[in-house]
Ligand binder design. Structure first.
Ligand code: GUN
Length: 286
């Protein structure tokens, strides 16, 4: 049976360390602040935003929540972001995705100052990740790398299969694994013979968003399985993208859903916010 990767416990370790760091910074007159912008009333986004605010509170980071009407004009949202860019109490700015269809996501994300882009979604931060000179890296993939590190396994030379090619998870995690010298295959909705590709993987990163779409018996004996999916079934149960029971009979390590990747995403958001506050207090520019 696989070892269960306990994201909750690892996230707590990070948060405890960050809490001490925030206390230290406050002693030097720096109070890290995170602005979270939610547009509209997407129920999943509301849950995530609430969790982010609570996590800030836990470690002493100031959280500024801005809930905006779902029909807000793009110009108005850009103006709000500009206000936050110029607010010295705000060190990190997060615009919760997805945005309503009438808003241009690329334009909105590019409006956030790269110095405050604790999500790592600004083209400048993405570019820096591509050339392996990262400033702020996206929180979910960064959390996954910490989980992999914690298993003690050497990534170098391993066959890694990433399923999903989103800008938030699939593409950045593929780059991060590549920079650790994994041989990376990115699979997506048009990929043929997914089962065969997964069957060869030493590391599987599932980031699709479809319940149990990756079958447990596809997993190679001894593989590490990281499940990013959080899917709510009709009966209210949360499940990942991987068939957990069957996969855990074959994997050496596997993340549970919930309690795997999710808590680490939030811990990394706090980490990036504290880093942003430290950089801004030193007057560092990108
Ligand atoms: N929506 C889903 N994941 C994320 C994330 O990491 N950041 C933001 N801003 N929106 C998201």
């Amino acid at each position: 049976m696989a070892n269960i990767i306990d994201g909750k416990t690892l996230a707590k370790k990070f948060k405890d360390r960050l809490k001490d760091e925030v206390t230290f910074l406050k002693g030097h007159g720096i109070k890290p602040g995170l602005a979270v912008v939610l547009v509209g009333d997407n129920p999943a986004s509301q849950v995530y935003v609430k969790a982010k605010g609570k996590a800030c509170e836990e470690i002493g980071v100031n959280s500024f929540q801005h809930t905006l009407h779902k029909e807000i004009a793009q110009e108005e949202l850009l103006w709000q972001i500009s206000e936050l860019n110029n607010d010295s109490n705000v060190h990190g700015i997060l615009v919760q995705l997805p945005l309503p269809d009438h808003l241009n996501e690329e334009v909105i994300l590019e409006a956030i100052s790269p110095e405050k882009d604790i999500d790592g979604f600004h083209p400048l931060n993405i570019g820096r990740l591509v050339i392996n000179q990262p400033l702020f890296q996206p929180c979910t993939p960064l959390g996954i790398m910490k989980l992999l590190e914690d298993t003690g396994i050497d990534i170098s030379g391993k066959e890694a299969v990433v399923v999903g090619r989103s800008n938030i998870v699939g593409k950045p995690i593929a780059l991060m694994l590549l920079h650790k010298n994994a041989t990376v295959t990115i699979c997506h909705s048009r990929t043929q013979n997914l089962e065969e590709k997964i069957g060869k993987a030493d590391i599987v990163i599932a980031a699709i968003g479809k319940p149990a779409i990756i079958k447990g018996n596809w997993i190679k004996q001894g593989a590490i399985v990281i499940d990013v999916g959080i899917n709510r079934l009709d009966n209210g149960k949360l499940v990942g993208d991987v068939e957990f029971e069957e996969a855990s009979k074959r994997a050496s390590f596997i993340t549970p859903v919930p309690g795997g990747v999710g808590p680490m995403t939030i811990a990394m958001l706090l980490h990036n916010t504290v880093e942003a506050a430290k950089r801004q207090s030193k007057g560092l520019k990108v």
